[in-house]
Unconditional design. Sequence first.
Length: 94
Amino acid sequence: MIAQREGARVEAVHTPTGQVVAIKKVKGVFQDRHDARCILRELRILRQARHPNIIRLLDVLPPADQRKFMNLDLVFEFQQTDLEQVLHSPTFLT
């Protein structure tokens, strides 16, 4: 799953709109054929999904050199926390 893959996550501002976004770099997307297929399937689903409980994938940034790229930069709507932090929080969820 994309959410479980190691990758750098940064907060950024989309300059034209001023919207705060999260950019996630997924490294080595083509190192394993099975992982590459799973990532492609998840990206297809995330691009179509429109639900308040599913984070929106806003964009996939094109690589500088399409012949040699190995990493993906994914732009998501920004959230203050992630599911892992919520699950490990002592706060009771209702």
